[in-house]
Design a protein around this ligand. Sequence first.
Ligand code: PLP
Length: 482
Amino acid sequence: MRVKLRHDKHMALYRHIAEEFRTRIAKGELPPGTRLPTVRALAREVGTTRLTIHNAYRELQTDGLIESVVGRGTFVSSQAQPTAQPSFGERLEPDSVLSDLHRLQHTRVLHNLALATADPALFPYEAFWACLEAFKPLAREVFGYGSVMGEPELRVSLSELLEQRGVRADPEEVLVTVGGLQGLALVCRALAEPGEEVLLEEPTYLGLLGILKQFRLKPLPVPLDAEGPRLEELEALLKRHRPRFYYTIPSYHNPTGLRFHEERLKRLLELGQTYGFTLVEDDTLGLLSYEKIPPTPLLALAQKMGLEDRVVHLASLSKALMPGLRIGYLVAPPVLLERFTALHNVSDITGPPPLLQRTAAQFIRQGGLKQHLRQVIPIYKKRRDVLLQALKRHMPEGVRWSHPEGGFSCWVSLPRLFSNLELHHQALAQGVAITPGEVFLVQADETMHFRLCFGAETSEGLEEGVKELAKLICLRVSHERA
Ligand SMILES: Cc1ncc(COP(=O)(O)O)c(C=O)c1O
């Protein structure tokens, strides 16, 4: 049996080996009952130690994919069936797509370009765990209800983190939320009543579209160009509507990866002042910058212009650190902060578990986040480059894409060669997961779009994934021409 390894120096060798077997079992190439090579033989073939192979087999055994029979050897287990194609995108509603995306994380697809997430293989588990252990003597304290606004230590750390982004916010002005999503839900509930209108960019973060739907708020889409929201269209909307707020993702917008130009943001703030609406800035991806000079947040610009009362700034540690912490935070003018806190108190009592908040505070204070970002940003930047080069190499004429300078997303646009979800399903059948563009849009247009994410896939996976996608698109182009 030849074992082909995916090269990624950031993944331990035993995980490469386990991954290779997992993929082949999922594809049905190694049916139940197949005998695997002995540890000794495989170690020789791969050119590694027996311990490495033992570790790989142990991981597969834990996952129930293989089993050892004393005296006979190691076999693919009888429960290890080839993975059926995950049903995906049966409905194009945000809640259904979000749950499909998260399910994909636990489903074996060969190349997952669908999820805008950090790579779990790069999470700083060890250092974080060491911080967590230190709280054992304080167990009584950290397993009680925490404080409504968040653990004071974390609010201090977040205030310092915000300062590094150019935002002035005292710890008392920071509210800790359960991920960025809860911050968004609080803002929507506090700032608007069902039936009212809110402005947002087209396309926009699909989680926000889901929340608007849940609270029965009406989205008013503002088109984007390469520099940010198109202000003429925005002004035209403002003359006819009374939106409650404008939701914006200026720093590495999801799904396009765009960084909005500062002049646009200043004009946006002026429009907020003239027409009297709040700007809700989502800075969840702002720390993941691949540029020499990271973007200035909208709130920092507003503070320079004396317009900070117009801005709610919210963010999360999900992309820059680890999403399982569920730590988000927001900064708002005092009146709004009071309203958000009251709502938070009624519905949630507190934010994320105090243990995790205190650990995250300690981790940030001792420089863990800074160090982590220093390590992972060059890796994500390289993956971004690989994705862009692969698109350039393989995609046919007529396909366009954004050039993300940060974050995890790239937005691809092409003439409507496929019906809704058709490309998406065809790609899945080839083992490539992408996110269909429709789910980020309020009004789908004639152009077809999809999002490709490069955070959690290796360079090799990105190259292969784009190649498969391009094949499907080229095939359709040649059918159209025939
Ligand atoms: C722009 C944006 N805001 C908010 C979130 C939600 O973040 P969290 O996982 O912290 O709830 C995401 C997650 O993808 C996002 O992309």
